[in-house]
Design a protein around this ligand. Structure first.
Ligand code: SF4
Length: 75
């Protein structure tokens, strides 16, 4: 399984993650920041655990992110 951790507060809404992994990331209409789909929030940090089939696209999402706020960990 793949754990995705997202430090949402620092998001600048550039859309880079959405371009790489549109099934996991979506820009919020409310505040323009990206949302981690199915992410659970704790103190402003979002996490979710997904199947390894999502690894490549989310690795690209993390690489695209200029703020380096998307972290991946293989469990
Ligand atoms: S790539 Fe990073 S800064 Fe850009 S929208 Fe996604 S999380 Fe936010």
């Amino acid at each position: 399984m793949l754990q995705i951790t997202y430090y949402r507060n620092k998001c600048i809404g550039c859309n880079g993650c959405v371009e790489a992994a549109p099934e996991r990331w979506r820009i919020s209409r409310a505040d323009g920041k990206s949302n981690l789909i199915n992410g659970r929030e704790k103190k402003g940090i979002y996490t979710t655990t997904v199947n390894m089939t999502e690894y490549e696209e989310n690795e690209q999402a993390a690489a695209n992110c200029p703020m380096r706020i998307i972290k991946l960990k293989v469990l």
